[in-house]
Write a protein that binds this ligand. Structure first.
Ligand code: MN
Length: 266
């Protein structure tokens, strides 16, 4: 497992020694409304991940997360039961000696220490550098790289501020659930129109991340445009989103082993 106390520009101790692969996923957007995607995630955790040293979830595991206190809500609330079920299945990784590292996405930035404990996960800062199989990589959710969307970057800064988070978490759980539901409906409507370059990463942000992290390999999600891009300073891998409850199911993960990085289907 990887020492997450490693600072941004320091090699994570011991990571290169491991022979078992690392798996990377992101953008599952899990909720109780998409049972096939949830089932695929459970299969990934319970079966696929058995081969791995560690699983890295690079943001937007959940469609939205309105605060860790959902884990204490009455069992009659389907969303509370769902949150507990997901934490429970994730916790089985640590019981099998498999590392679990979770990075915030834009939708689940409120995942906190209580969730991490229940899921047996370590929270990673964004971005985060790891070293494994002799390779130095930088991991990010990806939303911070979409710098052409200035309105979003402004929202992101607010959403990540401690003040705004405290204000939001101070609202009653039901109010937060209502806000989450409305934000979700709004983003569903916007999803179709989000194909323009404005909603992709910028060359400048990617270049700055490569240079600042002293790496030549970047893995990120968020844009839902899975690909391998050869940039000026290095190779940029984009993770696929998972959506198995539509007519065109998709999903997958990246695998890192001694042969390098490889996209894998579910
Ligand atoms: Mn995202």
């Amino acid at each position: 497992m990887i020492d997450t106390k490693a600072s941004f520009d320091r090699e994570a101790a011991g990571a290169a020694k491991h022979a078992r692969p690392l798996f990377f996923i992101s953008d599952l957007h899990l909720s109780e409304a998409i049972p096939r995607t949830v089932a695929a995630f459970e299969h990934f955790i319970e079966v696929t991940a058995n081969e791995a040293d560690s699983v890295f979830i690079l943001g937007d595991l959940f469609e939205f997360w309105i605060g860790d206190d959902i884990l204490d809500a009455p069992a009659t609330d389907a969303r509370a039961a769902f949150a507990r079920r997901m934490a429970r299945v994730m916790h089985t990784l640590s019981e099998r000696g498999i590392g679990l590292y979770v990075m915030h996405g834009n939708r689940d930035v409120l995942l906190g220490p209580r969730f991490m404990k229940d899921a047996g996960a370590m929270l990673l800062p964004d971005p985060f550098v790891i070293t494994a199989f002799g390779k130095r990589l930088v991991l990010a959710h990806g939303d911070g790289l979409c710098t052409a969307d200035r309105m979003y970057q402004h929202f992101r800064a607010v959403a990540r501020s401690r003040f705004a988070q405290r204000l939001f978490l101070g609202l009653p759980l039901n109010t937060r659930l209502g806000i989450g539901q409305r934000m979700r409906a709004k983003s569903e409507g916007a999803r179709m129109t989000r194909t323009s370059a404005k909603y992709d990463v910028t060359k400048k942000a990617v270049s700055e991340l490569f240079i600042g992290s002293h790496t030549h390999t970047l893995i990120h999600g968020h844009t839902h445009r899975p690909a391998m891009h050869r940039e000026v300073e290095g190779v940029r891998w984009v993770l696929p989103d998972w959506e198995l409850d539509t007519a065109s199911p998709r999903g997958g993960y990246l695998r890192l082993d001694e042969n390098g990085l490889r996209p894998q289907p579910l």
